[in-house]
Ligand binder design. Sequence first.
Ligand code: NAD
Ligand code: UDP
Length: 390
Amino acid sequence: QMATAPRVDLDGNTIRPMTICMIGAGGFIGSHLCEKVLAETSHTVLAVDVYNDKIKHLLEPAAPAPWAGRIQFHRINIKNDSRLEGLIKMADLTINLAAICTPADYNTRPLDTIYSNFIDALPVVKYCSENSKRLIHFSTCEVYGKTIGSFLPKDSPLLKDPAYFLLTEDASPCIFGPIEKQRWSYACAKQLIERLIYAEGAENGLEFTIVRPFNWIGPRMDFIPGIDGPSEGVPRVLACFSNNLLRGDPLKLVDGGHSQRTFVYIKDAIEAVMLMIENPARANGHIFNVGNPHNEVTVRQLAEMMTQVYSKVSGEASLEVPTIDVSSKEFYGEGYDDSDKRIPDMTIINKQLGWNPKTSLWDLLESTLTYQHRTYAQAVKQATSKPVAS
Ligand code: NAD
Ligand code: UDP
């Protein structure tokens, strides 16, 4: 449906249509953000990525969709393409989502990880600053690293005090492991680009917003190995566990599955990004945690819940032994390390944008695994029944 009634921001002002240069628009978050912007606003998207499979449905020229003419795809690798500055100049706002952001890469491809998350983001920041363009940059909750509480004895009563684990944008320290734990190459590169953006704001007046996603999950996240991605590839946990469930294999718990995460539904999180896009006066100069503090589980609990939900949506019985333990060295190789616990403090985003997540973990897994089953079950069956070609 066409967005005809004028959209108003949180202060009641009419929002004028803008042009958004979205870098990494073909990824998981980008695809959902493109959908939302096209369906509910009159903004135009200059979509930049090396891939467009996840936004193909928005690019079909034949579709007489309400967004016809409001999205252009530019197949550009931002590492080395002189067209980037022109696109940023043409836009009112740049959103940078481009990154290598799968943990399996951090310790095995540390150079690519550091270049992607720091060096390749530099020109984007520079062009925004020089041309006085607003920037929304995607960082990560991983910049917090480990919690202070992870250094307390396991039986310490202080572990119950939120001061030892709650992650707060303007107060918590960033705690990484040693250099040989290359897991932290990603977090460290993201931290340095955050500091650079912050400094561009302080010294040169760059209008910026930094987003720290806390495990956003949902349809189109990553890939299913051997179906729409490399068979040896290791995606993030949602896709790993989905892949195991689709194949009827046990879910692999790394180092006991004791790490804790809070998961937020992608559609809830996208609402937060929309508020940032359309309320610059409230979002500029801020760093925002975006997550769901009420959806905390251990990875083991996540595995158990996904097993139950998948059985419900697929109608297939679950395995008698649904999980197996695997060491991080076996699963990720040398140099892996982990964040112990991630609970976002929601105070700042609440105060500035009035945003709150809505969807429970069970509900978001139900809609996501319904999508996974509908999208992949057939292809996985075919792939596993075919004799292997020699
Ligand atoms: P994604 O991998 O699905 O999307 C990233 C996109 O960037 C991909 O489509 C990729 O092709 C593109 N890209 C990478 N390098 C590029 C280059 N040189 N030129 C052009 N395009 C390039 O990941 P996502 O989950 O959508 O994450 C988006 C951003 O959010 C990343 O910066 C990531 O670090 C951050 N983030 C996401 C989460 C999450 O929960 N999903 C958590 C923390 C941080
Ligand atoms: N994990 C796991 N089994 C898998 C994939 C991941 O136990 O098949 C664990 C991983 O070690 C980490 C958590 O799940 O503790 C979340 O991993 P993810 O790759 O989603 O990213 P992270 O939250 O660490 O950035």
